[in-house]
Write a protein that binds this ligand. Structure first.
Ligand code: GSH
Length: 229
């Protein structure tokens, strides 16, 4: 098995966390985002979306981290706990994954990540959308009164939500106004230090780039790149 991954990319780190939780041996192929290795024709063959991560497991080749998490858990989690089969439990896991993809990480990524790696500014609208995402996640955690993102067991939903929240910590964004998010996030760190360490490595890189914004000589097909420090 191979995982094409970027060292500070939350979706990649979520997949790495699951692989570690499942104790699966695999080849980690580091894609150098700064050198735009994901924009090459060779990488596009593997992932036409030109996004990282991409998983290869025999004849299965695919991107989209949620689909990767779902596949890996279905195929390799003999405990059945990380992605429960019971329809209602599974529905909540699926909901949290969709919530993260469509709203939580989407808003955090636009606010935190895009202005680090591309030539964008943080805006009041971006801040509002990030706070809204946190409000909603806080409400889900409070309403369910659950230790984890989808119930009282660790599931695949926790990984992308933790790696998304890590981006906020990377820029010293204060989370005190969202106590249930803080409780859930700190619990994950404390109960799963080996999995947290995977996210923490990425967080240290993001913090570094926050203070030392990267420049690039490669033209991106969509985003404006920073040409000067
Ligand atoms: N929905 C995708 C998103 C993956 C994603 O956005 N990856 C970033 C790196 S963290 C990327 O490849 N961005 C491409 C670019 O900015 O050119 C997933 O969850 O796998």
């Amino acid at each position: 098995m191979k995982l094409y991954s970027v060292s500070d990319g939350p979706p990649s780190l979520a997949c790495q966390q699951l692989l570690k939780a499942l104790d699966i041996e695999y080849e980690l192929i580091n894609v150098d985002f700064g050198k735009s290795e994901h924009l090459t024709n060779e990488y596009e063959e593997l992932n036409p979306q030109k996004e990282i991560p991409t998983l290869i497991d025999d004849d299965l080749i695919m991107g989209e981290s949620n689909a990767i998490l779902q596949y890996l858990a279905d195929q390799y989690d003999s405990s059945g706990k990380l992605y429960p089969k019971e329809p209602k439990l599974r529905a909540i896991v699926n909901h949290r994954l969709c919530f993260n993809l469509a709203l939580y990480y989407r808003n955090i990524s636009e606010y935190v990540m895009a202005p680090i790696y591309y030539d964008y500014q943080r805006t009041p609208l971006g801040l509002k959308k990030t706070k809204m995402a946190l409000d909603i996640f806080n409400t889900y955690l409070q309403r369910e009164n659950s230790t984890y993102a989808a119930g009282n067991n660790l599931t695949i939903a926790d990984f992308p939500l933790v790696t998304a929240t890590m981006c906020l910590e990377a820029i010293d964004f204060q989370l005190d106004s969202w106590p249930y998010v803080v409780k859930w996030y700190e619990n994950f760190k404390q109960k799963h230090p080996d999995l947290w360490e995977i996210a923490a490595d990425g967080m240290r890189e993001i913090s570094y780039f926050e203070k030392n914004p990267p420049v690039s000589s490669v033209d991106h097909p969509i985003h404006p790149v920073r040409k000067n420090a």
